[in-house]
Design a protein around this ligand. Structure first.
Ligand code: FCB
Length: 446
């Protein structure tokens, strides 16, 4: 089981960055320690029925205590970079003052990564909004964007020295649509119209934060990470073609178009004008800040069909036989190449990093080994899909496997394992899966 790329692949050049990714809430634990305040995910986990098996982030991978060992693990894989997130509720108290212990934690972590010559990709917001801000409306409240600006300033001043690449937001789609539209993620609201307003406020917060990062950290790169999926027509009906375009507009272009073109998509304006948020004068110019890079998280594709009564698209499983991962997501690497090429045609893209990609598998640790053959194949085919996109002209500068280790998979709790490294949650022992070894062998072969 190995991962291999054509020997002349641009991915194998030293200028291409390979890394692994995690996020604070998913690995840290210690959510009541050293001055960390409550986040919307703590509250959501404590609400019965929201997270599978009632799992929560109290301990997670205990990374708050095992961070040194985890950095050794990252180093041992031979990666160039580590993508992590900072927990806003650990860095700042309710009054907006710095939490010295939270700052010390991230400073030590980043310092040690730098000492190990690992590039640091730091996300400011990977979904753990302080609960006290949710009580004032969370992302439905425009004020939250200005609070995010204050938090960004604090993080940049205190930690900027050790950060190579900043990300303002991870996946605004999940924050707004899963959090405020579908109720699947914290804070668990279900209102499609309000969800789009939340999305607008997240984009606004990104735009407000960018100049701060550029001013305080002029040598770092700064940008944003979007999740996208390619949507195919579910069948040969003309309306299915429209449904697929509409699905991509709602999921992808609603977020990328304001960032790169300063406007929301015309197809949404035409088909569901109520989903276009309230925009104050100047907002779109703030959102359309130049970014140094765009991060893309890619996992799967969709199949869309038009539902004439609901007057909207519905998402179906593939009509042909395809392979799925343990979380039920279709494996379709060609769709990643196709999406990248389409984006390249539709926009003037900044350099791209694939900031997340990976598979949840039904991993079993047997005598210290995990034979995650599907994950190795997944990584292999997706890296080759990226190779194909680069060869066809898309500027892609790096790739991060999701995830370094098994962790708290949001509403799925600990039931879904995405790690290259297996975590035994009883003992917190980490064991390299076959995929970690295959990934590491590829990186060391460069
Ligand atoms: C992405 C999230 C990440 C992880 C993966 C599987 O949407 O950014 O935290 O949960 O999915």
């Amino acid at each position: 089981m190995s991962i291999s790329l054509p020997s002349n692949s641009p991915l194998l050049k030293t200028s291409f960055t390979f890394g692994v990714a995690t996020a604070a809430f998913q690995i840290e634990g210690a959510n009541q320690l050293d001055g960390r305040i409550e986040s919307i995910w703590d509250r959501f986990c404590a609400t019965p029925g929201k997270v599978l098996n009632g799992d929560d982030g109290t301990i997670a991978c205990d990374h708050y205590h095992k961070w040194q060992e985890d950095i050794d693990l990252i180093k041992s894989l031979g990666v160039d970079a580590y993508r992590l997130s900072i927990a806003w509720p650990r860095l700042m108290d309710e009054e907006g003052n710095a939490n010295p212990k939270g700052i010390a934690f991230y400073r030590n972590l980043l310092e040690r990564l730098k000492a190990n010559e690992i590039k640091t990709f730091v996300t400011l917001y990977h979904w753990d909004l302080p609960q006290h801000l949710e009580e004032k409306g969370g992302w439905l409240n425009r004020e939250t964007a200005y609070k995010f600006k204050e938090y960004t300033q604090l993080a940049a001043e205190e930690l900027g020295q050790w950060v190579d690449v900043w990300t303002t937001f991870n996946e605004p789609w999940c924050t707004s649509i899963l959090g405020y539209g579908e109720g699947i993620h914290a804070p668990g609201l279900k209102d499609d119209v309000k969800a789009r307003q939340a999305g607008h406020h997240v984009l606004l917060a990104h735009g407000l934060a960018m100049p701060i990062l550029k001013r305080i950290c002029p040598n770092a790169q700064a940008g944003i990470v979007l999740n996208m999926s390619k949507a195919f027509p579910a069948d040969s009906e003309a309306s299915s073609k429209m449904a697929s375009l509409y699905a991509e507009a709602l999921d992808n272009h609603f977020f990328i178009e304001p960032l790169l073109k300063g406007q929301y998509p015309d197809i949404i304006k035409a088909l569901s004008p109520e989903l276009i948020p309230q925009i104050k004068e100047g907002d779109m110019a703030i959102i359309k800040q130049p970014i140094d890079y765009l991060g893309l998280n890619y996992y799967t594709c969709n199949h869309a069909k038009w539902h004439s009564e609901l007057k909207r698209q519905t998402i179906l499983k593939s009509a042909t036989e395809v392979e799925y991962t343990h979380i039920g997501w279709e494996i379709n690497p060609e769709s990643l190449t196709q999406l990248l090429l389409e984006l390249h045609q539709q926009y003037t893209l900044p350099p791209i990093y694939i900031t997340e990609n990976g598979a949840a598998c039904d991993d079993k640790l047997i005598e210290g080994e995990v034979h995650d053959e599907q994950r190795v194949r997944y990584l292999n085919t997706h890296l080759n899909a990226i190779h194909n996109a680069i060869t066809a002209g898309v500027d892609i500068q790096g790739y991060f496997a999701w995830s370094l280790m098994d962790n708290f998979e949001w509403a799925e709790g600990y039931s879904k394992r995405f790690g290259l490294v297996y975590v035994d949650y009883e003992t917190q022992k980490r064991s390299l899966k076959a995929s970690a070894k295959a990934y590491s062998n590829l990186l060391l072969s460069r």
